[in-house]
Design a protein. Structure first.
Ligand SMILES: Cc1ncc(COP(=O)(O)O)c(C=O)c1O
Length: 480
Protein backbone atom coordinates (compact mmCIF):
# COMPACT_ATOMS: atom_id res chain seq x y z
CA UNK A 1 0.00 0.00 0.00
CA UNK A 2 1.32 3.45 -0.88
CA UNK A 3 1.89 5.26 2.41
CA UNK A 4 3.75 8.29 1.05
CA UNK A 5 1.30 10.77 2.60
CA UNK A 6 1.79 9.25 6.04
CA UNK A 7 4.03 10.76 8.68
CA UNK A 8 6.96 8.49 9.42
CA UNK A 9 5.55 7.41 12.77
CA UNK A 10 1.94 7.20 11.49
CA UNK A 11 1.77 3.53 12.39
CA UNK A 12 4.17 1.24 14.19
CA UNK A 13 5.70 -0.66 11.29
CA UNK A 14 5.36 -4.38 12.09
CA UNK A 15 8.81 -4.95 10.61
CA UNK A 16 10.30 -2.30 12.83
CA UNK A 17 11.39 -0.14 9.87
CA UNK A 18 10.31 3.14 11.48
CA UNK A 19 11.37 2.24 15.01
CA UNK A 20 13.43 5.43 15.43
CA UNK A 21 10.57 7.72 14.49
CA UNK A 22 8.10 5.82 16.64
CA UNK A 23 10.42 5.81 19.64
CA UNK A 24 11.08 9.56 19.23
CA UNK A 25 7.37 10.33 19.22
CA UNK A 26 6.46 7.91 22.00
CA UNK A 27 9.30 8.97 24.25
CA UNK A 28 8.63 12.67 23.72
CA UNK A 29 4.92 12.26 24.46
CA UNK A 30 5.62 10.13 27.51
CA UNK A 31 8.39 12.39 28.84
CA UNK A 32 6.23 15.47 28.48
CA UNK A 33 3.23 13.76 30.06
CA UNK A 34 5.25 12.48 33.00
CA UNK A 35 6.75 15.91 33.55
CA UNK A 36 3.26 17.39 33.66
CA UNK A 37 1.93 14.68 35.96
CA UNK A 38 4.95 14.94 38.24
CA UNK A 39 4.20 18.65 38.52
CA UNK A 40 0.43 18.22 38.88
CA UNK A 41 0.50 19.91 42.27
CA UNK A 42 1.72 23.14 40.61
CA UNK A 43 -1.45 23.42 38.55
CA UNK A 44 -4.94 24.12 39.84
CA UNK A 45 -7.01 21.07 40.81
CA UNK A 46 -9.55 22.36 38.31
CA UNK A 47 -8.22 24.84 35.75
CA UNK A 48 -10.73 27.57 35.02
CA UNK A 49 -9.17 28.86 31.80
CA UNK A 50 -9.20 25.65 29.79
CA UNK A 51 -9.14 26.09 26.05
CA UNK A 52 -9.34 23.26 23.57
CA UNK A 53 -6.88 23.47 20.66
CA UNK A 54 -8.23 24.71 17.36
CA UNK A 55 -10.11 22.02 15.52
CA UNK A 56 -8.98 22.03 11.93
CA UNK A 57 -8.21 19.08 9.76
CA UNK A 58 -4.78 19.92 8.35
CA UNK A 59 -4.03 19.07 4.73
CA UNK A 60 -0.92 17.26 5.76
CA UNK A 61 0.68 15.93 8.89
CA UNK A 62 1.20 18.29 11.83
CA UNK A 63 4.78 18.41 13.02
CA UNK A 64 5.78 16.37 15.99
CA UNK A 65 6.49 19.59 17.94
CA UNK A 66 3.06 21.05 17.17
CA UNK A 67 1.42 17.85 18.40
CA UNK A 68 3.43 18.00 21.60
CA UNK A 69 2.48 21.65 22.15
CA UNK A 70 -1.20 20.86 21.69
CA UNK A 71 -0.98 17.86 24.00
CA UNK A 72 0.67 20.01 26.64
CA UNK A 73 -2.14 22.56 26.40
CA UNK A 74 -4.76 19.81 26.63
CA UNK A 75 -3.24 18.28 29.77
CA UNK A 76 -2.70 21.71 31.35
CA UNK A 77 -6.35 22.60 30.85
CA UNK A 78 -7.74 19.29 32.06
CA UNK A 79 -9.33 18.36 35.36
CA UNK A 80 -6.41 17.55 37.60
CA UNK A 81 -7.44 14.76 39.99
CA UNK A 82 -3.79 14.08 40.87
CA UNK A 83 -3.66 17.38 42.78
CA UNK A 84 -3.94 16.65 46.53
CA UNK A 85 -6.48 19.48 46.72
CA UNK A 86 -8.76 17.71 44.25
CA UNK A 87 -11.24 16.31 46.74
CA UNK A 88 -14.51 17.05 45.01
CA UNK A 89 -15.71 14.00 43.12
CA UNK A 90 -15.43 10.23 42.94
CA UNK A 91 -12.72 10.77 40.33
CA UNK A 92 -9.28 9.57 41.24
CA UNK A 93 -5.81 9.80 39.98
CA UNK A 94 -5.25 6.46 38.24
CA UNK A 95 -2.79 3.77 39.27
CA UNK A 96 0.35 3.91 37.20
CA UNK A 97 -0.27 0.44 35.81
CA UNK A 98 -3.76 1.32 34.72
CA UNK A 99 -2.32 4.17 32.62
CA UNK A 100 0.19 1.77 31.14
CA UNK A 101 -2.44 -0.93 30.79
CA UNK A 102 -4.58 1.42 28.73
CA UNK A 103 -1.59 2.07 26.52
CA UNK A 104 -0.99 -1.65 26.04
CA UNK A 105 -4.71 -2.31 25.43
CA UNK A 106 -4.80 0.41 22.78
CA UNK A 107 -1.59 -0.80 21.22
CA UNK A 108 -2.84 -4.36 20.68
CA UNK A 109 -6.34 -3.05 19.92
CA UNK A 110 -8.24 -6.25 20.64
CA UNK A 111 -12.01 -6.30 20.72
CA UNK A 112 -14.01 -7.69 23.63
CA UNK A 113 -16.84 -8.44 21.22
CA UNK A 114 -15.67 -12.00 20.78
CA UNK A 115 -13.19 -14.58 21.98
CA UNK A 116 -11.45 -14.76 18.63
CA UNK A 117 -10.93 -10.99 18.69
CA UNK A 118 -9.60 -10.94 22.27
CA UNK A 119 -8.56 -14.44 23.28
CA UNK A 120 -6.52 -13.50 26.33
CA UNK A 121 -8.59 -10.54 27.45
CA UNK A 122 -11.91 -12.40 27.18
CA UNK A 123 -10.58 -15.14 29.39
CA UNK A 124 -9.13 -12.60 31.78
CA UNK A 125 -12.44 -10.75 31.98
CA UNK A 126 -14.38 -13.92 32.72
CA UNK A 127 -11.88 -14.92 35.40
CA UNK A 128 -11.60 -11.50 37.03
CA UNK A 129 -15.36 -10.93 37.13
CA UNK A 130 -15.81 -14.40 38.66
CA UNK A 131 -13.09 -13.65 41.19
CA UNK A 132 -14.62 -10.33 42.19
CA UNK A 133 -18.08 -11.90 42.37
CA UNK A 134 -16.43 -14.35 44.76
CA UNK A 135 -15.16 -11.45 46.87
CA UNK A 136 -18.80 -10.36 47.21
CA UNK A 137 -19.69 -13.95 48.17
CA UNK A 138 -22.15 -14.22 45.33
CA UNK A 139 -21.63 -17.96 45.07
CA UNK A 140 -19.97 -20.48 42.74
CA UNK A 141 -22.06 -19.70 39.65
CA UNK A 142 -21.57 -15.94 39.74
CA UNK A 143 -19.85 -13.87 37.10
CA UNK A 144 -20.42 -10.91 34.86
CA UNK A 145 -19.10 -8.50 32.30
CA UNK A 146 -17.27 -5.23 32.29
CA UNK A 147 -19.09 -2.11 31.18
CA UNK A 148 -17.99 1.42 30.42
CA UNK A 149 -19.16 2.89 33.70
CA UNK A 150 -21.75 2.20 36.34
CA UNK A 151 -24.68 3.58 34.37
CA UNK A 152 -24.29 0.84 31.80
CA UNK A 153 -23.82 -1.75 34.56
CA UNK A 154 -27.11 -0.66 36.14
CA UNK A 155 -28.80 -0.71 32.74
CA UNK A 156 -27.48 -4.18 32.11
CA UNK A 157 -28.61 -5.55 35.48
CA UNK A 158 -32.06 -4.00 35.22
CA UNK A 159 -32.59 -5.31 31.71
CA UNK A 160 -31.77 -8.85 32.82
CA UNK A 161 -34.04 -8.46 35.87
CA UNK A 162 -36.86 -7.19 33.68
CA UNK A 163 -36.42 -9.86 31.02
CA UNK A 164 -36.36 -12.64 33.54
CA UNK A 165 -39.29 -11.43 35.61
CA UNK A 166 -41.65 -10.84 32.72
CA UNK A 167 -40.16 -13.29 30.23
CA UNK A 168 -40.04 -10.60 27.57
CA UNK A 169 -36.64 -11.20 26.06
CA UNK A 170 -38.30 -11.78 22.69
CA UNK A 171 -41.80 -10.36 23.02
CA UNK A 172 -40.98 -7.01 24.60
CA UNK A 173 -43.22 -4.90 26.77
CA UNK A 174 -46.23 -4.72 24.46
CA UNK A 175 -47.74 -7.95 25.73
CA UNK A 176 -47.69 -6.93 29.40
CA UNK A 177 -50.96 -6.00 31.04
CA UNK A 178 -49.31 -4.29 34.00
CA UNK A 179 -46.69 -1.57 34.10
CA UNK A 180 -43.29 -2.80 35.46
CA UNK A 181 -41.84 -0.76 38.32
CA UNK A 182 -38.69 -0.88 40.38
CA UNK A 183 -37.77 0.65 43.71
CA UNK A 184 -34.73 2.63 44.76
CA UNK A 185 -34.11 5.20 47.43
CA UNK A 186 -34.86 8.83 46.75
CA UNK A 187 -31.10 9.50 46.64
CA UNK A 188 -30.16 6.58 44.40
CA UNK A 189 -28.13 7.36 41.29
CA UNK A 190 -29.96 8.91 38.36
CA UNK A 191 -28.62 6.20 36.03
CA UNK A 192 -31.56 4.11 37.27
CA UNK A 193 -34.01 6.55 35.73
CA UNK A 194 -31.93 6.57 32.57
CA UNK A 195 -32.02 2.78 32.50
CA UNK A 196 -35.78 2.73 33.04
CA UNK A 197 -36.21 5.18 30.19
CA UNK A 198 -34.01 3.11 27.87
CA UNK A 199 -35.79 -0.09 28.86
CA UNK A 200 -39.08 1.37 27.71
CA UNK A 201 -40.45 1.60 31.24
CA UNK A 202 -40.22 5.37 31.55
CA UNK A 203 -38.55 7.26 34.34
CA UNK A 204 -41.74 7.11 36.43
CA UNK A 205 -41.16 3.38 36.74
CA UNK A 206 -38.46 4.13 39.33
CA UNK A 207 -40.39 4.50 42.57
CA UNK A 208 -38.44 6.66 45.01
CA UNK A 209 -38.39 5.22 48.51
CA UNK A 210 -37.93 7.46 51.54
CA UNK A 211 -34.61 7.57 53.34
CA UNK A 212 -33.74 8.20 56.96
CA UNK A 213 -31.71 11.19 58.23
CA UNK A 214 -28.54 9.53 56.95
CA UNK A 215 -29.70 8.91 53.40
CA UNK A 216 -30.39 5.21 53.93
CA UNK A 217 -33.46 3.61 52.46
CA UNK A 218 -36.18 2.87 55.01
CA UNK A 219 -37.17 -0.81 54.71
CA UNK A 220 -40.64 -0.06 56.13
CA UNK A 221 -41.21 2.62 53.49
CA UNK A 222 -40.03 0.20 50.83
CA UNK A 223 -42.55 -2.44 51.92
CA UNK A 224 -45.34 0.16 51.90
CA UNK A 225 -44.30 1.47 48.48
CA UNK A 226 -44.34 -2.05 47.02
CA UNK A 227 -47.81 -2.75 48.39
CA UNK A 228 -49.07 0.61 47.16
CA UNK A 229 -47.88 0.02 43.60
CA UNK A 230 -49.39 -3.48 43.64
CA UNK A 231 -52.73 -2.02 44.76
CA UNK A 232 -52.45 0.48 41.91
CA UNK A 233 -52.17 -2.35 39.43
CA UNK A 234 -48.49 -1.92 38.64
CA UNK A 235 -46.02 -4.80 38.54
CA UNK A 236 -42.98 -4.52 40.87
CA UNK A 237 -39.98 -6.46 39.61
CA UNK A 238 -36.84 -5.14 41.25
CA UNK A 239 -35.44 -3.41 44.31
CA UNK A 240 -32.18 -1.50 43.99
CA UNK A 241 -30.20 -0.85 47.15
CA UNK A 242 -27.24 1.50 47.06
CA UNK A 243 -23.94 0.77 48.79
CA UNK A 244 -22.34 4.20 48.67
CA UNK A 245 -24.76 6.90 47.68
CA UNK A 246 -23.35 9.38 45.22
CA UNK A 247 -23.75 12.52 47.30
CA UNK A 248 -23.17 11.38 50.86
CA UNK A 249 -21.68 7.88 50.55
CA UNK A 250 -24.27 6.16 52.71
CA UNK A 251 -25.27 2.51 52.55
CA UNK A 252 -28.80 1.24 52.46
CA UNK A 253 -29.44 -1.46 55.10
CA UNK A 254 -28.78 -4.32 52.70
CA UNK A 255 -30.07 -7.29 54.78
CA UNK A 256 -33.35 -5.55 55.66
CA UNK A 257 -33.88 -4.32 52.10
CA UNK A 258 -33.17 -7.81 50.80
CA UNK A 259 -35.75 -9.27 53.19
CA UNK A 260 -38.41 -6.96 51.83
CA UNK A 261 -37.45 -7.73 48.24
CA UNK A 262 -37.50 -11.43 49.05
CA UNK A 263 -40.93 -11.23 50.73
CA UNK A 264 -42.28 -9.90 47.45
CA UNK A 265 -40.19 -12.17 45.25
CA UNK A 266 -38.40 -9.24 43.60
CA UNK A 267 -34.97 -9.12 41.97
CA UNK A 268 -32.46 -7.58 44.39
CA UNK A 269 -29.83 -5.40 42.74
CA UNK A 270 -27.11 -3.67 44.74
CA UNK A 271 -25.58 -0.59 43.19
CA UNK A 272 -22.15 -0.79 44.80
CA UNK A 273 -20.55 1.34 42.10
CA UNK A 274 -18.69 3.22 44.78
CA UNK A 275 -18.84 1.14 47.94
CA UNK A 276 -17.98 -2.19 46.33
CA UNK A 277 -14.32 -1.41 46.92
CA UNK A 278 -14.84 -2.15 50.62
CA UNK A 279 -14.52 -5.86 49.87
CA UNK A 280 -10.80 -5.19 49.90
CA UNK A 281 -10.77 -3.93 53.48
CA UNK A 282 -10.93 -6.29 56.45
CA UNK A 283 -11.66 -3.39 58.75
CA UNK A 284 -14.50 -1.91 56.71
CA UNK A 285 -15.76 -4.83 54.63
CA UNK A 286 -18.58 -5.64 57.08
CA UNK A 287 -20.34 -2.54 55.93
CA UNK A 288 -21.30 -4.53 52.82
CA UNK A 289 -22.94 -7.33 54.79
CA UNK A 290 -26.01 -8.43 52.91
CA UNK A 291 -24.56 -7.87 49.44
CA UNK A 292 -24.08 -11.65 49.15
CA UNK A 293 -27.85 -11.99 48.84
CA UNK A 294 -27.96 -9.80 45.72
CA UNK A 295 -29.13 -11.16 42.38
CA UNK A 296 -26.87 -8.63 40.70
CA UNK A 297 -24.28 -6.04 41.67
CA UNK A 298 -22.85 -2.95 39.99
CA UNK A 299 -19.25 -2.22 40.88
CA UNK A 300 -16.94 0.49 39.52
CA UNK A 301 -13.23 -0.18 40.12
CA UNK A 302 -12.73 3.13 38.29
CA UNK A 303 -13.69 4.86 41.51
CA UNK A 304 -12.26 3.64 44.81
CA UNK A 305 -9.94 1.04 43.24
CA UNK A 306 -8.13 3.77 41.31
CA UNK A 307 -8.38 2.08 37.91
CA UNK A 308 -8.30 4.59 35.05
CA UNK A 309 -11.70 5.35 33.54
CA UNK A 310 -13.65 3.56 32.46
CA UNK A 311 -13.82 0.31 34.37
CA UNK A 312 -17.07 -0.98 35.83
CA UNK A 313 -18.91 -4.27 35.95
CA UNK A 314 -22.31 -5.87 36.21
CA UNK A 315 -22.15 -9.06 38.23
CA UNK A 316 -24.86 -11.72 38.39
CA UNK A 317 -25.34 -14.39 41.00
CA UNK A 318 -25.99 -16.82 38.18
CA UNK A 319 -23.85 -15.86 35.21
CA UNK A 320 -25.91 -18.17 32.97
CA UNK A 321 -28.74 -15.69 33.24
CA UNK A 322 -26.86 -13.63 30.67
CA UNK A 323 -27.18 -16.46 28.15
CA UNK A 324 -30.82 -17.02 28.92
CA UNK A 325 -32.12 -13.49 29.39
CA UNK A 326 -29.83 -11.28 27.40
CA UNK A 327 -27.76 -12.98 24.73
CA UNK A 328 -28.12 -11.92 21.13
CA UNK A 329 -25.80 -13.97 18.97
CA UNK A 330 -23.52 -12.33 16.43
CA UNK A 331 -23.60 -14.56 13.34
CA UNK A 332 -20.28 -13.20 12.15
CA UNK A 333 -18.53 -14.63 15.23
CA UNK A 334 -17.37 -18.10 16.05
CA UNK A 335 -19.39 -19.26 19.05
CA UNK A 336 -17.86 -22.57 20.01
CA UNK A 337 -15.39 -21.45 22.64
CA UNK A 338 -15.52 -22.56 26.25
CA UNK A 339 -16.21 -18.98 27.27
CA UNK A 340 -18.88 -16.76 25.75
CA UNK A 341 -18.36 -14.03 23.21
CA UNK A 342 -18.72 -11.21 25.70
CA UNK A 343 -20.19 -8.84 23.13
CA UNK A 344 -23.15 -11.19 22.75
CA UNK A 345 -24.03 -11.08 26.43
CA UNK A 346 -23.33 -7.44 27.21
CA UNK A 347 -24.85 -4.09 26.31
CA UNK A 348 -21.79 -3.01 24.38
CA UNK A 349 -20.57 -4.80 21.29
CA UNK A 350 -17.13 -3.62 20.34
CA UNK A 351 -15.40 -2.74 23.55
CA UNK A 352 -11.80 -2.09 24.56
CA UNK A 353 -9.96 -4.41 26.90
CA UNK A 354 -10.49 -2.46 30.10
CA UNK A 355 -9.93 -5.64 32.02
CA UNK A 356 -6.19 -5.26 31.52
CA UNK A 357 -5.82 -2.16 33.67
CA UNK A 358 -8.03 -3.69 36.36
CA UNK A 359 -6.06 -6.91 36.38
CA UNK A 360 -2.77 -4.98 36.39
CA UNK A 361 -3.95 -2.81 39.27
CA UNK A 362 -4.92 -5.85 41.32
CA UNK A 363 -1.51 -7.40 40.62
CA UNK A 364 0.49 -4.25 41.26
CA UNK A 365 -1.24 -2.88 44.37
CA UNK A 366 -2.32 -6.23 45.74
CA UNK A 367 -4.97 -6.64 48.40
CA UNK A 368 -2.69 -4.96 50.96
CA UNK A 369 -2.26 -1.89 48.82
CA UNK A 370 -5.97 -1.47 48.14
CA UNK A 371 -6.79 -2.09 51.78
CA UNK A 372 -4.37 0.55 52.92
CA UNK A 373 -5.79 3.13 50.52
CA UNK A 374 -9.29 2.43 51.81
CA UNK A 375 -8.39 2.34 55.48
CA UNK A 376 -6.26 5.49 55.27
CA UNK A 377 -9.06 7.38 53.60
CA UNK A 378 -11.37 6.40 56.48
CA UNK A 379 -8.87 7.95 58.89
CA UNK A 380 -8.84 11.20 56.93
CA UNK A 381 -12.63 11.10 56.70
CA UNK A 382 -12.89 10.90 60.49
CA UNK A 383 -10.69 14.01 60.76
CA UNK A 384 -12.85 15.97 58.33
CA UNK A 385 -16.07 14.81 59.97
CA UNK A 386 -14.83 15.75 63.45
CA UNK A 387 -13.74 19.18 62.29
CA UNK A 388 -17.12 19.81 60.71
CA UNK A 389 -18.91 18.75 63.88
CA UNK A 390 -16.66 20.92 66.06
CA UNK A 391 -17.30 23.98 63.89
CA UNK A 392 -20.20 26.22 64.98
CA UNK A 393 -20.88 27.45 61.47
CA UNK A 394 -20.82 24.09 59.67
CA UNK A 395 -23.42 21.36 59.48
CA UNK A 396 -23.09 17.75 58.37
CA UNK A 397 -25.53 16.32 55.80
CA UNK A 398 -25.30 12.76 57.07
CA UNK A 399 -23.03 10.55 59.12
CA UNK A 400 -20.22 9.46 56.77
CA UNK A 401 -20.07 5.73 56.06
CA UNK A 402 -17.45 5.90 53.34
CA UNK A 403 -14.77 8.45 52.52
CA UNK A 404 -17.27 11.15 51.61
CA UNK A 405 -18.16 14.04 53.88
CA UNK A 406 -21.03 16.24 52.80
CA UNK A 407 -21.46 19.43 54.79
CA UNK A 408 -22.20 23.10 54.41
CA UNK A 409 -21.69 26.45 55.94
CA UNK A 410 -24.78 27.47 57.88
CA UNK A 411 -23.65 30.33 60.13
CA UNK A 412 -26.32 31.93 62.28
CA UNK A 413 -25.64 35.35 60.77
CA UNK A 414 -26.54 34.12 57.27
CA UNK A 415 -30.29 33.85 56.63
CA UNK A 416 -31.28 30.33 55.48
CA UNK A 417 -32.43 31.64 52.11
CA UNK A 418 -28.95 32.99 51.40
CA UNK A 419 -26.99 29.88 52.41
CA UNK A 420 -26.97 28.24 49.00
CA UNK A 421 -25.35 31.32 47.58
CA UNK A 422 -22.90 31.49 50.49
CA UNK A 423 -21.81 27.89 49.90
CA UNK A 424 -21.46 28.46 46.17
CA UNK A 425 -19.17 31.39 46.81
CA UNK A 426 -17.24 29.41 49.40
CA UNK A 427 -16.67 26.64 46.87
CA UNK A 428 -15.31 29.16 44.35
CA UNK A 429 -13.02 30.78 46.90
CA UNK A 430 -11.63 27.46 48.08
CA UNK A 431 -10.63 26.75 44.50
CA UNK A 432 -9.36 30.16 43.47
CA UNK A 433 -7.54 31.09 46.68
CA UNK A 434 -6.67 27.82 48.37
CA UNK A 435 -6.25 25.31 45.53
CA UNK A 436 -8.93 23.05 46.92
CA UNK A 437 -11.71 21.69 44.79
CA UNK A 438 -14.78 20.44 46.61
CA UNK A 439 -18.01 19.78 44.75
CA UNK A 440 -21.32 21.56 45.26
CA UNK A 441 -24.13 19.02 45.05
CA UNK A 442 -27.79 19.75 45.55
CA UNK A 443 -29.00 17.55 48.36
CA UNK A 444 -32.41 17.75 50.02
CA UNK A 445 -33.08 20.92 48.02
CA UNK A 446 -30.03 22.81 49.29
CA UNK A 447 -26.47 23.33 48.12
CA UNK A 448 -23.83 21.43 50.06
CA UNK A 449 -20.07 21.04 49.91
CA UNK A 450 -18.85 17.55 49.28
CA UNK A 451 -15.43 16.20 50.06
CA UNK A 452 -14.36 12.85 48.60
CA UNK A 453 -11.13 11.70 50.21
CA UNK A 454 -9.74 9.47 47.48
CA UNK A 455 -6.45 11.03 46.56
CA UNK A 456 -3.57 9.03 48.14
CA UNK A 457 -1.56 12.26 48.34
CA UNK A 458 -4.17 14.23 50.25
CA UNK A 459 -3.09 14.52 53.85
CA UNK A 460 -3.76 16.48 57.00
CA UNK A 461 -1.99 19.51 55.49
CA UNK A 462 -4.65 19.72 52.76
CA UNK A 463 -7.41 19.28 55.32
CA UNK A 464 -5.87 22.05 57.42
CA UNK A 465 -5.86 24.29 54.35
CA UNK A 466 -9.52 23.44 53.68
CA UNK A 467 -10.66 24.50 57.13
CA UNK A 468 -8.37 27.55 57.21
CA UNK A 469 -9.91 28.56 53.89
CA UNK A 470 -13.41 28.07 55.24
CA UNK A 471 -12.63 30.15 58.36
CA UNK A 472 -11.02 32.95 56.37
CA UNK A 473 -14.01 33.08 54.03
CA UNK A 474 -16.63 33.03 56.77
CA UNK A 475 -14.80 35.67 58.83
CA UNK A 476 -14.54 37.96 55.82
CA UNK A 477 -18.22 37.45 54.94
CA UNK A 478 -19.41 38.08 58.47
CA UNK A 479 -17.56 41.34 58.81
CA UNK A 480 -18.66 42.66 55.42
C1 LIG B 1 -23.96 4.91 43.17
C2 LIG B 1 -23.65 5.17 41.73
N1 LIG B 1 -24.19 4.38 40.80
C3 LIG B 1 -23.96 4.57 39.49
C4 LIG B 1 -23.15 5.58 39.07
C5 LIG B 1 -22.93 5.79 37.61
O1 LIG B 1 -21.63 5.47 37.25
P1 LIG B 1 -20.97 6.06 35.92
O2 LIG B 1 -20.87 7.54 36.09
O3 LIG B 1 -19.67 5.35 35.87
O4 LIG B 1 -21.84 5.70 34.78
C6 LIG B 1 -22.55 6.43 40.00
C7 LIG B 1 -21.68 7.53 39.58
O5 LIG B 1 -21.16 8.29 40.34
C8 LIG B 1 -22.81 6.22 41.37
O6 LIG B 1 -22.30 7.01 42.31
Amino acid sequence: MNRSNMPKAGFIDPSGNNADAVHDLAEDVLDQLLEQLEGAEDRSPLPTDSTAPAVTIPESSQTHDDLLDDLETIVDGSMNPAHPGYIGHMDTMPTTVSVLGDLVASAVNNNMLSVEMSPVFSELEVQVTETIAGEFDLGPDAGGVLTSGGSLANLHALSVARNQTFDIHEGGLAGLDREPVLFASEVAHTSLQKAAMLLGLGTDAVVAVETDDHSRMEPGSLAKAIKRTERNGRAPFCVVATAGTTTTGNIDPLPAIHDVADDHDLWFHVDAAYGGALVFSDAEGDRLDGIEAADSVTFNPQKWCYVAKTCAMALFVDADVLQEEFRIGAPYMRGDDAIPNLGEVSVQGTRRAEILKLWLTLQHLGRDGLEQLIDESYRLTATVRDRVLEHDALELASEPEMNIVCFRAAPEWCPPAERDDLNSRLQQVLLSEHDIFVSLPTYRDSRWLRVVLLNPFTGTETIGRLFDGIDAFLNAEETE
